[in-house]
Design a protein around this ligand. Sequence first.
Ligand SMILES: [Mg+2]
Length: 244
Amino acid sequence: MKPDSRALRAIVFDLDNTLLRSRIGARQGLLVAAKLIATELKKNGYSYSYLNLFKRLQHIDREMLGRKFLYNRDVWWKTLLHELGIETHFPWIHRITLRYWHTYQSDSPPFRDAEQTVRRIKQMGLKIGMVSDFDGTPGMKRKRIRDVRFHRLFEAIVVSGEDTPRVKPGHESFRLVAKKLRVQPRSCIYVGDNPRTDIAGAEAVGMRTVIVRRKNNQFGNPTYRIPRLRALPPLVRSMRQFRG
Ligand SMILES: [Mg+2]
């Protein structure tokens, strides 16, 4: 662990797969979308099994989240239809997106140590913020955040790509959350699960970074790595002890 003498004033969290178990919700959401699309296509005379559509959607999901940073689910379903060679206008596309998010949300409960970790950090006298990416549907991310039962613990929330011009790893949202918390970015630590989106932007404005171990994620090269969220308060405590 690298010693660091900068004063620490705030911890800023990512939401999906850091505080919420979003991998299950994301999978269930895609499954619901595949079933609905199969049903709608059938009404229009096309016959596809929902499992076939689900597999294609899983591939599109990986492309959009992992490489293209395109989060508007309407675009995902249109991409699927385009791949199938179906170019007709389908007015039901956005309804699928709303059903997808409904399922995603109800199947993405907080990790068991999430609320307790955030409370402990707060009890240590630190400010608490959140930077989370736009979901591609206006207002959706804020709605999902409001439905997290401990969302009131967060003193500043920034939705990247909605409150700022760019999604993560664009650096604007990290600067903005520090401004809202009234602290210097260099006095903040950003905690996330995804090295592709959760390190570069935060470090560009001077924040230190923590990547938490999640199933199948990679650590990348953050300032600190932790095996689970509840390892965060001891890490913070040791950093403060080092300062004396
Ligand atoms: Mg995440």
